[in-house]
Ligand binder design. Structure first.
Ligand code: T46
Length: 136
């Protein structure tokens, strides 16, 4: 079973001219099929609260700070603070996750498949029960 991990992307440039970061080739653990982004999330809101059967993705805080809480089946909870635009959090399938954002956050998600509502597990008890069967 894979676990979430941080990917460092190259940071090209200097303070006086700004930076470019690039996500390509061997740094990506899958072929990219979709990119989406989340913004203007109020600080009082927690998003996510689901896992996926097949979706793998990388979350990047291209602006602001995002606290991502993850739980893999049978594993303790982990917390990641994303606050660098050259850093991404890889989340494998069957990773239960929630996110909280600072008001200025922009979250970019790089994903291995197109949007399919049937891929979501939105009920935590269903996630726990499925995980017991799949990862026993
Ligand atoms: C995830 C976290 C990190 C679409 O129609 N197409 C899309 O590609 C996406 C991502 C969402 N939607 C629709 C589905 C819902 O009606 O947008 C609405 C909000 O989606 P959701 O409540 O799932 O949003 P988040 O922020 O809780 O979760 C999203 C992704 O959906 C999810 O896969 O892992 O960001």
């Amino acid at each position: 079973m894979d676990t979430p991990y941080i990917i460092q992307f190259p940071k090209i440039g200097k303070t006086i001219e700004g930076y470019i970061s690039v996500a390509e080739n061997d740094l990506l653990p899958f072929d990219v099929k979709r990119v989406y982004w989340t913004y203007f999330t109020p600080e009082s809101i927690s998003r996510g609260g689901h896992a996926h059967h097949e979706l793998e993705q990388i979350l990047v805080a291209v602006a602001g700070k995002i606290i991502v809480t993850t739980r893999m089946p049978g594993e303790p909870e982990q917390k990641f603070a994303l606050d660098s635009a050259n850093q991404g959090l890889y989340m494998p399938k069957y990773c239960w996750h929630t996110m909280q954002y600072t008001h200025n956050s922009v979250q970019m998600c790089i994903a291995n498949m197109s949007y399919q509502e049937s891929d979501y597990i939105r009920d935590y008890q269903e996630f726990v029960s499925l995980a017991e069967v799949i990862f026993k």
